[in-house]
Ligand binder design. Structure first.
Ligand code: FES
Length: 96
């Protein structure tokens, strides 16, 4: 399974944008939820992961840098923003 197999699940996007995940810069599709961006990066582990995709399970939760603090984000409900820095993730999110 690769990105071509799931291309229909993404919202239309024209470019990839940079975000940081645990200190590493990654390129992900603009205009999509963070969980879709994770799926873009790691097709199998997210597609077959334990995710409800509708805000109920919280398995997709991450913490994003927000000034000196961290803000919890439900990634299936939050769109990616350029430059966002994810500093912690739920154990259910496995990115390759
Ligand atoms: S995937 Fe279940 S709350 Fe986001």
């Amino acid at each position: 399974m690769n990105i071509d197999d799931i291309k229909d699940v993404f919202q239309p996007y024209e470019k990839l944008i940079e975000i940081k995940i645990l200190g590493e810069t990654r390129l992900v599709p603009e205009n999509n939820t963070l969980l879709r961006c994770f799926q873009y990066l790691s097709v199998e582990s997210i597609s077959f992961g334990d995710f409800c995709w509708n805000g109920d399970c919280l398995n997709c939760q991450v913490w994003v840098k927000n000034g000196d603090k961290e803000k919890a984000v439900i990634t299936c409900r939050a769109n990616v923003q350029p430059g966002m820095e994810i500093v912690r993730m739920s154990d259910d999110i496995e990115l390759i």
